[in-house]
Write a protein that binds this ligand. Structure first.
Ligand code: ADP
Ligand code: MG
Length: 265
């Protein structure tokens, strides 16, 4: 017999889920890790670096990963970025398993899904700011004129239009990181991965970089930030602590108004 609560219509779970996803009340996972394990081998010795990591990150989340030096944070981020392999487990990016990809397939996923920001900026030293930002568009085959327009637009969003023709050696650390963020977002990635993005910057500049990363996240980009700094983690919705290659703690920040996940009853 139909329930009165559904107005005489049979209850449709798919319709309810569609409604909840569509309104952003329930969100799909962008990243799913199950039992991710990785070791490094040095001769006969095996060094376990990640031990059975289970982790789900929903679309649009802003997540900090903290942990002492050598705990496996960069290894984890590099696996998420398809920059590094894992030995065992499952990694799904937007529902697609990332396993046994050829170099070419991995490069396509990286270019289409992911943006990267590193502590050391990783800009090409002989290229100007705008040329650095154009690079991922060039790999994608975007024509020269459109490439320049898109790169200039990204540069203006980080407030550096006046620095377009400058080489990295002619810019401050904060400016270089803003160029790196423009380069990371110019392809409109679904996920941005940042490894200690403020590690080489003073407090005031770090705050400005976090403003930009938070703005990027607010536009719907899923973001994972590895950091040592409590100030940076405090600006994320969720903080994951890693110790000896295992998740030690995973908690929502009480400071940020994180969207609620509603479980239908
Ligand atoms: P974190 O980013 O938390 O400081 P990493 O993920 O960089 O830690 O490193 C975790 C452990 O793995 C460290 O003990 C490090 O020395 C080791 N490690 C990282 N990369 C390699 C490598 N390419 N070969 C061997 N050992 C490595
Ligand atoms: Mg590291």
């Amino acid at each position: 017999m139909p329930s009165p609560a559904t107005n005489g219509q049979p209850f449709r779970c798919d319709v309810l889920l569609h409604h909840l996803y569509g309104r952003g009340i329930l969100r799909a996972d962008m990243i799913r890790l199950a039992g991710i394990t990785k070791s490094y081998r040095a001769g006969a010795r095996v060094l376990p670096v990640l031990r059975h990591i289970d982790l789900h990150i929903a679309t649009g989340e802003l997540v900090a990963i903290m942990g002492s030096s050598g705990s496996g944070k960069s290894t984890l981020l590099n696996i998420l970025g398809i920059l590094d392999d894992y030995d065992d487990g499952l990694y799904e990016l937007d529902g697609t398993p990332m396993r046994n990809l050829s170099e070419r397939q991995a490069a396509i996923y990286r270019n289409q899904f992911l943006g990267f920001v590193f502590q050391s900026f990783n800009l090409l030293s002989l290229k100007s700011a705008v040329e650095n930002i154009e690079l991922p568009l060039q790999y994608r085959g975007v024509p020269r004129k459109l490439r320049r327009e898109m790169a200039m637009d990204a540069l203006s969003r980080v407030g550096l239009t006046a620095r377009a023709e400058h080489l990295p050696s002619e810019m401050s650390g904060g400016e270089k990181q803003r160029v790196a963020i423009a380069r990371a977002v110019v392809t409109k990635p679904r996920v941005v991965l940042a490894d200690e993005p403020t590690g080489a910057l003073d407090t005031k500049t770090s705050d400005q970089i976090m403003d930009l990363l938070q703005e990027t996240n607010a536009s719907g980009v899923t973001m994972v930030i590895v950091t040592h700094e409590p100030d940076v983690a405090a600006r994320c919705q969720r903080v994951i602590r890693i110790r000896d290659g295992q998740i030690q703690d995973d908690s929502l920040s009480p400071l940020v108004d994180a969207p609620q996940v509603v479980v239908p009853t």
